[in-house]
Ligand binder design. Structure first.
Ligand code: GLU
Length: 430
């Protein structure tokens, strides 16, 4: 079974590649073509202008997007990123992955994603607040705790979620914190949400290592990204007894064959905003990090990092996709030939949305779970999802990769919901 690549052979065409994957999965499942017809476009795509008075008194108008891909399983759900390169196609692809992710891990949400085209590293706190509130003012009509629930994503934080929840509450004229997840604890956040994506990655990596008989304690780990996902992943993997040999951020990377002190490195990154100035390490580039000698590679930064150019040099035995879309279809093929197991993003990083779901449930009930309860429930969900998908992949996807298995497993559930909701009059199958 081979994966179709996008026709232009263009590796950065994330949306095209995602559509190819969805199409392939619906074909392999022999689903009615109506399923693909529903999934190939978002149900709604909104573009907004966000005027902001900058600190110097000038006016800047930022562009914002929200893609509401599919709500067959429940309200749209997914993060909002602040990134200078965000564009409609990227946001659409990201919203499709949310639909698949929520279905895969069994949380009752559909998929959505948003973005503001900006570089938050060049914005003051006050400007960031204005952008966040402006986004909700312009987009508020299509958001809501029962409609569409945003969350943090690349370069967005708990503080940004709090401003968004506050702005939405102003519009509704009552506290409506359940409209976003990933909030600070003081305004209806959930214990453990900040590190949930990373913790989910760790649970999945551990279960995969057990399944593949790779010793987890002492495993050498390389992590691309030192932000919310990569940073916590380094700390948590170290706590599990793994050896973090390399880590990078958007500017630079560091490597130490004997192992880095993750706590020290992440504390340094938090304090100085960079990985530069750490002694006793070798400086490496982001590109070099991906092909470093290690057992487990965690790409936890942006899309399209492992490509046809570098996949042949990847040395890890296991790739755990902390980021969304870090591996291109061409690279997937090469990694498969090299017998490297890639745990796909929609499974590996679904811990974030899982704990978002826990947060939303708690907001709806006005009740709070403690950290131990959250982590225990997260572990149960992640281990169960890994085993279900891995089992499905081994049984039904001989010769293909785990991503194909994950897409199939997920789409099957969505098709079933569509059928029962009466969207597919003639059943799910061809
Ligand atoms: N942005 C995260 C993701 O891509 C979390 C989404 C959420 O919690 O809704 O999965």
């Amino acid at each position: 079974m081979t994966r179709e690549v996008n026709q232009a052979g263009n590796e950065d065409n994330t949306l095209r590649a995602t559509l190819n994957m969805i199409k392939q999965a619906t074909d392999l499942l022999e689903l009615t073509p109506d399923v693909y017809e529903y999934l190939r476009v978002p149900m709604r795509f909104v573009e907004i202008a966000i005027p902001v008075e900058m600190d110097d008194g000038s006016i800047k108008v930022f562009t914002g997007y929200r893609s509401q891909h599919n709500n067959a399983l429940g309200p749209f759900k997914g993060g909002i990123r602040f990134h200078p390169e965000s564009n409609p196609d990227e946001v659409k692809a990201l919203s499709m992955w949310m639909t698949l992710k929520c279905s895969l891990v069994g949380v009752p949400f559909g998929g959505g994603k948003g973005a503001v085209v900006c570089d938050p590293r060049n914005l003051s706190l006050r400007e960031k607040e204005k952008v966040s509130r402006g986004y909700v003012r312009a987009m508020g009509a299509v958001l809501g705790p029962e409609t569409d629930i945003p969350a943090p994503d690349v370069y967005t934080t708990a503080q940004i979620m709090a401003w968004m929840a506050d702005e939405y509450s102003n519009i509704m004229r009552r506290p409506t914190f359940g409209v976003v997840t990933g909030k600070p604890l003081a305004v209806g956040g959930c214990a453990g949400r900040e590190e949930a994506t990373s913790r989910g990655c760790v649970y999945v990596a551990k279960e995969a290592a057990r399944t593949l008989a790779i010793p987890f304690k002492g495993a050498r780990v390389a992590i691309q990204g030192a932000g919310n996902v990569g940073g916590f992943a380094a700390l948590l993997m170290e706590e599990e007894g793994c050896k973090i040999v390399a880590i990078s951020d958007s500017r630079s990377g560091i490597y130490n064959h004997a192992g880095l002190d993750a706590r020290e490195v992440i504390a340094h990154k938090k304090k100085t905003g960079s990985l530069e100035g750490i002694t006793g390490v070798k400086q490496i580039t982001n590109e070099e990090l991906l092909t470093i000698d290690c057992d487990i590679l965690i790409p936890a930064a942006m899309e399209n990092q492992i490509t046809a150019k570098n996949a042949g040099d990847v040395k890890a035995k296991l790739v755990v996709e902390g980021a969304n879309g870090p591996t291109t279809p061409e690279a997937d093929q090469i990694l498969k030939e090299k017998n490297i197991l890639v745990i796909p993003d929609i499974l590996a990083n679904s811990g974030g949305v899982t704990v978002s779901y826990f947060e939303w449930v708690q907001n709806n009930y006005g009740f709070r779970w403690d950290l131990a309860t959250v982590n225990k429930r997260l572990e149960e969900k992640m281990v169960e999802a890994f085993n279900l998908v891995y089992g499905f992949y081994c049984e039904k996807c001989t010769g293909s990769d785990m991503r194909t298995g994950a897409y199939m497993y997920s789409i099957q559930r969505i098709a079933e919901a569509m059928h029962y909701r009466g969207w597919l009059r003639n059943g799910t199958q061809r």
